[in-house]
Design a protein. Structure first.
Length: 272
């Protein structure tokens, strides 16, 4: 079995490989990337390297030769028209190369009205279905990283976490948890034709976020609704499904999802 991960030098790609190398021999893993000179650390661990550039379709068939399982990590490009072209290039090349199984990291719960993040993923999933390839759709929930723009350290300093009024609930999870679940799928069996919604099993609120900050800082922090707390992030999270939940993530990991307090630790300075 040979497993190729595209976008291997990205944050999620690196974390997936870090988990995967603990489950399968490194020589069975191939890190796909646009610039091979960025793969030195992979190479030193015995992981193969191949140039995978979504924008160069003629190179992809060669890159995917002999690959049993291909993980297509969605493109970070900001233009969805470009992204769907890139993804289609990968799917078509995978079919031509004889890839046995393709996995795609989309966005969780697109059927529930994700307007900002769902369209390109739905189109990509359809392209995979149309290709006739054996598939697994790995739909990732909102990354917990979004809390980094909410002023957490300021909240610790002032004792007040200000957020735009609304019934905000979040199913956000860590990239590390997503990486572990994805590695389990890549290394395991019986995932053909499956769709996994990798989200938290229960949502959390801004009040719970303030409580987590208080526990980390060892001082009171309260949540206050404030209509002046304007930020583009609120428009984004209101356009996607942040409230649906699933047991898929923790079932695949074989452990509970990372607790909120530990999830936000990289984004706060408790001594603030």
């Amino acid at each position: 079995m040979t497993i190729l991960i595209t976008g291997a030098t990205g944050q999620l790609g690196q974390l997936i490989i870090e988990q995967l190398v603990q489950q399968v021999p490194p020589e069975q893993i191939i890190a796909g990337m646009r610039q091979l000179d960025k793969g030195k650390a992979f190479k030193e661990r015995g992981i193969g390297l191949r140039r995978v550039d979504y924008d160069v379709p003629e190179s992809l068939e060669e890159a995917f030769a002999g690959v049993s399982r291909l993980l297509l990590i969605s493109s970070p490009h900001t233009d969805d028209a470009v992204r769907i072209t890139q993804h289609t290039n990968v799917v078509e090349a995978a079919k031509k190369a004889g890839v046995a199984h393709i996995l795609y990291t989309g966005f969780a719960f697109p059927q529930h009205g994700n307007k900002a993040a769902g369209n390109v993923h739905a189109q990509t999933e359809q392209a995979i279905l149309d290709s006739g390839l054996s598939y697994t759709f790995v739909r990732n929930a909102l990354y917990i990283d979004f809390v980094g723009v909410l002023g957490l350290n300021e909240a610790i300093s002032s004792g007040v976490l200000r957020a735009l009024p609304g019934d905000w609930r979040f199913n956000a999870v860590t990239r590390s948890d997503l990486a572990l679940a994805t590695a389990q799928i890549l290394a395991g069996s019986g995932h053909e034709g499956q769709i996994y919604e990798l989200a938290a099993p229960k949502t959390w609120t801004f009040t719970e976020l303030a409580q987590a900050l208080a526990e980390l800082a060892g001082k009171p922090v309260v949540h206050v609704e404030d209509s002046a707390a304007q930020h583009w992030i609120y428009n984004f999270v209101s356009s996607i499904d942040t409230v649906s939940v699933s047991e898929d993530l923790q079932r695949l990991m074989g452990r509970p999802v990372t607790a909120l307090k530990m999830s936000i630790l990289p984004f706060v300075n408790p001594r603030n």
